[in-house]
Design a binder for this molecule. Structure first.
Ligand code: NAD
Length: 469
């Protein structure tokens, strides 16, 4: 992620093979060689343009609780082909295992083992989603805590086992929140859809019953205005395009050096470009000023601007450490404070009601990464900032969550030396790099009206990296 800008679009086509190796093993002779040598053959991941149906059917809802009935009824309402057993099915599109009433580790077998016999029938790009309660650290009996914790190990292992671009993820629903709460249903729709193509082996935690179902599911962000920092290229540009496609009006911020790309994208999306360095001392005040000048009230704030200055710590210097901390985390804190304080004087706030903050973290900030002590510190700071920011937004019904991408095909990762890049790209359950669009889809989900009950979380978009949780 250098800050130098050539004017080229870095937006890969969503359905394009992601790299030369993948293209090779998908060709006739390449496929034969890969099969003979037992080499990875990454599946094509259907994204939103490739698969229009919201739920790949038939969808089998497992579990006998009242919650399982609610989930089955919701999916029926959505027009899905819902079944409660695998009997007679040659192909299974999706599986939802509802395990909200586990009282003992032995209880899960009855719900899950029927799935074992159906695993070979799971469609390419199929989806498995568990819905359960989170372990609480001691509020429940030992048997309940152990049963709940067990679901995590199950899903994370299954994610490593599924093939053909299928994924396994879970939803953890806090005690007291019903399974038909908007964010449970929103998370379910997201995880079952093609929008979560590169989310694998992860959990979405729903902690409150807040949120609302979108009036128009095709344009869930209609009527909302979103700020995206670092929007001129890469993941930021993909976020801007996705939020705009979902109906939002977009305000696009980037450095002056990126002015040409920024203007082009703003033109394409009919957005508002703002040239600003987020680390400038007066950046927060100038952003508020610009919002007022354009008569903009922000409902969604996406902190995406980020840089790397990698060096082994033995060779680390302030000129590599300080800018990374400044761009990746300190600027977010300063801008958030200014936005939140903007309504304190006589002028109206530039933040809308129930604002959604979404920040870009990184798997490096969760698992650590050699040569990235500075970057991982900044991104671990983002992860830790989310619960604190979410708490400060509670009073206004706002939320703060982060997205932690793994290996994503951008200009940043294109600069990694070839061998190292090839290893990093394959080191996940889906055996390929993600696309900027995959990160953007998750940002859009967390910014949506039905994510109001998801607060202070970090959701990984990493194809289930083999390192870290
Ligand atoms: P990129 O370098 O392609 O784009 C970053 C954008 O941020 C650029 O347009 C840049 O001009 C802008 N920017 C940098 N400093 C800025 C500043 N001071 N003020 C305003 N704008 C500034 O990077 P990317 O790969 O698209 O990454 C986007 C975000 O995703 C970053 O936060 C990055 O850390 C995170 N991320 C990326 C990956 C990946 O694999 N690409 C993985 C994990 C996390």
């Amino acid at each position: 992620m250098s800050t130098s800008h050539q004017s080229k679009s870095s937006q890969p086509k969503s359905s394009a093979p992601t790299d030369p190796y993948t293209r090779f093993v998908r060709s006739g002779p390449g496929a034969a060689i890969a099969t003979r040598l037992g080499l990875p053959r990454p599946a094509k991941l259907p994204r939103r343009d490739d698969r229009r149906e919201a739920v790949l059917g038939p969808v089998v809802v497992l579990g006998a609780s009242a919650g399982a009935d609610q989930i089955a009824a919701h999916l029926l309402d959505q027009g899905a082909d819902v079944r409660r057993r695998f009997d007679g099915l040659r192909t299974v599109g999706s599986v939802v295992a509802v395990m909200d009433e586990l009282a003992n580790p032995a209880d899960s077998a009855e719900i899950l083992l029927p799935l074992a016999g159906a695993m070979r029938s799971l469609a390419r790009g199929g989806r498995i989603v568990t819905i359960s309660r989170p372990a609480t650290g001691g509020d429940q009996s030992a048997a309940i805590e152990a049963a709940r914790g067990g679901v995590e190990g199950f899903v994370r292992s299954l994610g490593h086992e599924v093939r053909g671009g299928a994924t396994a993820n879970g939803i953890l629903v806090a005690d007291g929140v019903a399974l038909d709460a908007p964010s449970v249903l929103g998370a379910l729709r997201f995880l079952l859809s093609a929008r979560s193509a590169f989310v694998d082996g992860q959990f979405v935690t729903v902690s409150t019953a807040e949120g609302s179902l979108p009036a128009d599911p095709a344009r869930p962000l209609a009527g909302r205005t979103a700020l995206v920092t670092g929007a001129a290229r890469g993941i930021g540009a993909a976020i801007a395009r996705t939020l705009a496609a979902d109906g939002a009006r977009v305000v696009l911020l980037d450095v002056t050096a990126a002015g040409t790309d920024l203007a082009r994208l703003a033109n394409e999306l009919r957005g508002i470009p703002i040239q600003l360095d987020v680390t400038a001392a007066d950046a927060p005040a100038r952003l508020v000023e610009q919002c007022r000048a354009h008569d903009v009230v922000l409902d969604i704030v996406v902190h995406n601007a980020g840089i790397t200055r990698d060096k082994m710590f033995a060779n680390m210097t302030a000129d590599r450490w300080d800018p990374v901390i400044a761009v990746n985390i300190s600027s977010q804190i300063a801008i958030n404070e200014a936005l939140l304080a903007s309504g304190e004087g006589t002028a109206p706030s530039v933040l809308g009601a129930e604002p959604r903050f979404v920040s870009l973290a990184s798997t490096s900030g969760i698992a650590g990464n050699r040569g990235q002590t500075n970057y991982a510190s900044s991104k671990a700071g983002v992860v830790a900032l989310m619960p604190a920011l979410a708490r400060s937004l509670e009073a206004v019904g706002g939320t703060a969550n982060a997205v932690a991408p793994g290996f994503i095909e951008t200009e940043m990762t294109a600069r990694i030396p070839p061998l190292q890049r090839e290893i990093a790209r394959r080191a996940n359950s889906l055996q390929q790099g993600g696309l900027p669009q995959d990160v953007a889809e998750t940002v859009a989900f967390l910014a949506g009206p039905d994510a109001g009950g998801i607060r202070g979380e970090t959701l990984r978009v990493c194809g289930q990296n083999l390192v870290g949780k």
